[in-house]
Design a binder for this molecule. Structure first.
Ligand code: GN1
Ligand code: MG
Length: 360
């Protein structure tokens, strides 16, 4: 990631290098993110460029965020939605040397955690993502454009995996033999997804599509939820994307980069808190079919992420940045272990869901 920021970008937002401090922040794999601090008054902003290989239609991102921001401003004026601020020429993006930059407000007094250390944090973050879905329940999601085509389409991810398998070197196929076998053996999750996808009460909603804990800002002292950030994948989708990615990233104490698989276990209390937090906002909105799919959401997202890591490994790691050669294979192993744990605890988890639904 580059550390020098062209002066013209700062100027586009009325800033100068002499008056601000620049610090690289964030743990995302895709975009480049910086914290800008005004030396004189301490005011902070987040400056970010879009990864143009991943986000090929930056205008769609800007239009989606604008449309949602307008709706929220009209209908829920007190809601904190950290949309990009306008440049001095009134645009929500600035194009420099082929890169699209945005400047976002930094929300004071908040933290973006990389890992969850209490169930309360799981409750609060899940509540924030649920709240966004609830507030946008009446927003017509077909007004938004997909910012990444087929992003959470499990059928497409499975096809991409099969294509990668066909093209992979024998060496990579041997290294990943066990994971390939697991991926194929779990194809029934794809059948289940396809079966539900076309059901009438499985609506498209505005989904965040990246609900990891560092995308929920929490109050730095009380750890109460404040708002969500990273709005680039705000687009039509199914509710299983958001809730499922929370299961994928909140339940285990260790991240997708952990290579000691014995550490990949599920924290039941976090699951319970997460479901309670999410349903405190969405419990009265979800349809019967959606309620039926609460646990499935975790299976769907974890399986899809395992497929994506495995696919990237087979392709020679061209999508997810890595720090060592087999990291994407290790990430796939990690995700398959997490999925196994979800299956192993299925009965108890479903019971907790049923209890939480009854509270509503
Ligand atoms: C990417 O960059 P980051 O961490 O926000 C990816 C997500 C994956 C995640 C896995 C646009 O998100 O879908 O779940 O990595 N985003 C994109 O760490 O592909
Ligand atoms: Mg992201």
């Amino acid at each position: 990631m580059e550390l020098t920021i062209d002066e013209s970008i700062l100027k586009a937002y009325g800033l100068t290098r002499e008056t601000i401090n620049i610090q690289q922040i964030g743990s995302g794999l895709i975009n480049g993110t910086y914290l800008l601090t005004n030396i004189a008054n301490g005011k902070k902003f987040v400056l970010q460029y879009l990864n143009k290989v991943v986000f090929t239609n930056p205008e769609a991102i800007a239009n989606n965020i604008d449309a949602v921001a307008q709706f929220l401003k009209q209908n829920h004026p007190d809601y904190l939605f950290p949309a990009p601020v306008a440049s001095v020429t009134g645009h929500s993006m600035y194009l420099q040397a082929g890169k699209h930059w945005r400047l976002m407000p930094f929300v004071d007094g908040t933290v973006a955690l990389d890992t969850l250390s209490t169930p309360k944090q799981a409750f609060e973050a899940a509540k924030q993502f649920g709240k966004l879905s609830r507030l946008l329940n009446r927003f017509d999601s077909s007004k938004l454009e997909p910012t990444i085509a087929g992003f959470h389409d499990l059928a497409l991810r499975f096809t991409q995996f099969k294509d990668a398998l066909n093209a992979a070197s024998n060496e990579n196929k041997e290294k990943a033999a066990k994971e390939i076998e697991t991926a194929l053996a779990l194809e029934h999750l794809l059948s289940q997804y396809l079966q539900f996808k076309s059901k009438a009460d499985f609506p498209d909603r505005v989904m965040h599509h990246d609900t990891k804990i560092s995308n929920a800002l929490l109050d730095q002292e009380s750890f109460e939820g404040v708002c969500v950030i990273d709005l680039d994948t705000l687009m039509p989708g199914k509710f299983i994307s958001d809730l499922g990615d929370m299961m994928r990233t909140y339940l285990c104490e260790f991240s997708e980069n952990e290579t000691d698989l014995s550490k990949i276990t599920i924290r039941i209390a976090y699951f319970s808190a997460m479901i309670d937090g999410y349903l405190s906002e969405m419990g009265s909105i979800l349809t019967d079919t959606e309620k039926e799919l609460i646990l499935f959401s975790g299976k769907y997202m974890i399986y899809m992420q395992a497929l994506r890591f495995l696919t990237d490994f087979l392709n020679g790691s061209i999508y997810y940045p890595t720090t060592y050669a087999e990291q994407n294979l290790d990430r796939a192993k990690n995700q398959f272990k997490l999925l196994e744990e979800l299956f192993a605890n299925e009965e108890q988890l479903q019971h907790l869901i049923d209890v939480s639904l009854k509270k509503k």
